[in-house]
Write a protein that binds this ligand. Structure first.
Ligand SMILES: Nc1nc2c(c(=O)[nH]1)N(C=O)[C@@H](CNc1ccc(C(=O)N[C@@H](CCC(=O)O)C(=O)O)cc1)CN2
Ligand SMILES: Nc1nc2c(ncn2[C@@H]2O[C@H](COP(=O)(O)OP(=O)(O)OP(=O)(O)O)[C@@H](O)[C@H]2O)c(=O)[nH]1
Ligand SMILES: [Mg+2]
Length: 440
C-alpha cells in the first residue's frame, strides 16, 4: 500500500446529517487507496457503485468517481466517494483513509493544488472562494465571471500593452547603432499613455467589485431622535434596534446584512450626533462619525420636530447622499438644498417602499457595469496602484533615459503578474487560500 502523505482527503459537503456526503481525494496515492478500499479498476469519470471495505469492516455502499490526472479539478489523480450522509459512515470512511496514510486536507488545499498545477490562475482560485460565499445574484455573477477568466483577461490586456512598450524601449537599448528607427523608445509614449489611462479607469472603478463582493455600505446618520433606529428596524423588518423617545438611545453601531435588488447591503444604525458629556455616548458618536465617513451611501435622517441648519450630520452629507424627511405624519421637515429628499414615516409606513426603490435604483447605478471590474479585492487594487505608479515613472523616464524606463516597466509588469499569480506566488498563497473552506 502506498504511504504518500501528499494524498489528501476532505469532506466536500457541509458537515452534519444529510442524504449524501461527498469525500474528495487528490494526490498520487488515489488509485492505490481506491484499490485498498475495494474500488479498484474504475472507469475514469464514470460513477460506479462499490461496497467500500476496510479492515474487515464495511464502510459503506457508495458511488465512487475516479478522475485520473491531469483531467481533474486539481490536475492530479482524484476521486470522489459519494457516501450515505451519516455520522458513523463518515467516521468509518475517515478512519479508513487515515489508516491508508491519506491525510486530511488544509482549507483550500484542493484549489491550491489546482492553481499550482496550472488548472487555474490565482484570480480564478479567489473566484472559487467567492462563489462558495456568494449569497446574492450579483455576487454569484461576479464570481462566475472571474472564474471564467474575465478578471484575468483584463490583466492580460494590461500586460500585453506593457510588454509592447517594453519591447520598443528594449529594442533601442539593445541595438542603439543598428537599423532600428530613430527614437524607437519614444514611440512607446502613446502606448504608455493609453495604458496609464486604462489603469486609472480601472482604479476609478475599483469600488464596484468590492461593493458587490463585500456588500454596499449604507449608514443611517442624523441627530438624536430623528428616527434612525426606527428606520433601521423598518428596512430590516426586525426589531433589532432599541427605539425610545429618549434622545441618545443608540450608542453602538448596529449592522444588518440585507439583500436589495439582488445586491448585498450592509446597513448600519448609529448613535445620534450631538455634543455629549456622557463618555459612553461620546464614544458611540465617534464611531458613528467614522462609519459615516467610510460609507458608500449615507441616509441622513431628519425630522420636523428638530432644528434646521445646525444638524451636526450636515457635515457628513455628500452631494449624492439622500436626506430622509422622517415623521411625515407630524408634518414636513424642511429639506436642505442640493440634496435629494424623500419623505417617509416609520409609524404610518408612508414612503418606505419608495425608499426601498430609491436604494435599489442607486445600487443598480453604482454596481452594474458593462465591463467586468478589474478589482474585486483589496489585493488587486494595491497591485494596480503599484503598476500605475511604475507606468507613470516609466513614461516620465522615456524622454530622458530609456534604460531607466525599462526598469519601471518591468516593475509594472511584475505588479500586474502578481494578481493572476504568474509570478511572486509564495508570499501571497497564504493570503489567498487561508480563507477557503476545507474541502475546496
Ligand atoms: N461532484 C462534483 N461536482 C462539482 C465539482 C466537483 O469537484 N465534484 N466542482 C468542483 O469545483 C465544480 C465543477 N468544477 C469542476 C471543474 C473541473 C473538473 C474536471 O474534472 N475537469 C477535467 C475534465 C473536464 C471535462 O469533463 O471535459 C479537465 O478540465 O480536464 C471537475 C469539476 C462544481 N461541481
Ligand atoms: N410620529 C412619528 N414618530 C416617530 C417616527 N419615527 C420614529 N418616531 C419616534 O421618534 C422617537 C425616536 O426614534 P428612534 O428611532 O429611537 O430615533 P433615533 O434617531 O434612533 O434616536 P437616537 O438613537 O437617540 O439617535 C421614538 O419615540 C419613535 O417612536 C415617525 O415616523 N413618526
Ligand atoms: Mg437610535
Amino acid at each position: 500500500m502506498t504511504t504518500n502523505a501528499d494524498t489528501i482527503f476532505a469532506l466536500a459537503t457541509p458537515p452534519g446529517r444529510g442524504a449524501i456526503a461527498i469525500i474528495r481525494l487528490s494526490g498520487p496515492g488515489v488509485d492505490a487507496t481506491l484499490t485498498a478500499l475495494g474500488a479498484g479498476g474504475l472507469t475514469a469519470r464514470l460513477a460506479s457503485l462499490r461496497t467500500l471495505r476496510h479492515d474487515g469492516e464495511t464502510v459503506d455502499q457508495a458511488l465512487v468517481l475516479r478522475f485520473p490526472g491531469p483531467n481533474s479539478y486539481t490536475g492530479e489523480d482524484s476521486a470522489e466517494l459519494h457516501l450515505h450522509g451519516g455520522q458513523a459512515v463518515l467516521e468509518a470512511a475517515s478512519r479508513a483513509l487515515i489508516a491508508l496514510d491519506v491525510r486530511p486536507a488544509e482549507p483550500g488545499e484542493f484549489t491550491r493544488r489546482a492553481f499550482q498545477n496550472g488548472r487555474m490562475d490565482l484570480a480564478q482560485a479567489e473566484a472559487v472562494a467567492d462563489l462558495i460565499d456568494a449569497e446574492t445574484t450579483a455576487q454569484k455573477a461576479q464570481a462566475l465571471g472571474q472564474l471564467d477568466g474575465a478578471l484575468s483577461a483584463a490583466y492580460a490586456g494590461f500586460r500585453r500593452d506593457l510588454l509592447k512598450a517594453l519591447s520598443l524601449v528594449e529594442a533601442e537599448i539593445d541595438f542603439p547603432d543598428e537599423e532600428v528607427p530613430d527614437n524607437l523608445a519614444r514611440t512607446a509614449g502613446p502606448v504608455l499613455d493609453q495604458l496609464a489611462a486604462d489603469l486609472r479607469a480601472a482604479l476609478a472603478d475599483s469600488d464596484r467589485g468590492r461593493r458587490v463582493r463585500e456588500g454596499y455600505r449604507i449608514v443611517l446618520i442624523g441627530e438624536t431622535n430623528a428616527g434612525k433606529s426606527s428606520l433601521f428596524n423598518a428596512l430590516t423588518a426586525r426589531e433589532a434596534a432599541i427605539v425610545t423617545p429618549i434622545a441618545g438611545t443608540t450608542r453602538d453601531v448596529l449592522d444588518a446584512e440585507l439583500m436589495i435588488g439582488g445586491y448585498a447591503v450592509t446597513l448600519s444604525d448609529t448613535a445620534g450626533l450631538r455634543d455629549s458629556e456622557d463618555v459612553v455616548e461620546a464614544e458611540g458618536i465617534r464611531r458613528a462619525r467614522l462609519r459615516a465617513q467610510d460609507a458608500d451611501l449615507r441616509l441622513w435622517v431628519r425630522a420636523p420636530d428638530q432644528g434646521q441648519g445646525d444638524d451636526p450630520a450636515a457635515a457628513f452629507a455628500q452631494t449624492e447622499d439622500l436626506q430622509i424627511l422622517n415623521k411625515a405624519d407630524l408634518g414636513a421637515a424642511t429639506p436642505v438644498d442640493g440634496l435629494e429628499a424623500l419623505s417617509v414615516s416609520t409609524t404610518s409606513g408612508e414612503g418606505l417602499s419608495d425608499l426601498h426603490g430609491w436604494i435599489a435604483t442607486r445600487l443598480a447605478r453604482d454596481l452594474s457595469g458593462a465591463d467586468f471590474p478589474a478589482v474585486t479585492r483589496e489585493r488587486h487594487r494595491r497591485r494596480l496602484v503599484e503598476a500605475l505608479a511604475a507606468v507613470e515613472a516609466g513614461r516620465r523616464a522615456l524622454d530622458l533615459a530609456p534604460e531607466m524606463a525599462g526598469d519601471d516597466l518591468r516593475r509594472a509588469a511584475d505588479a500586474l503578474a502578481r494578481v493572476t499569480g504568474a509570478i511572486g506566488v509564495e508570499d501571497i498563497l497564504g493570503e489567498v487560500f487561508s480563507t477557503f473552506c476545507i474541502g475546496k
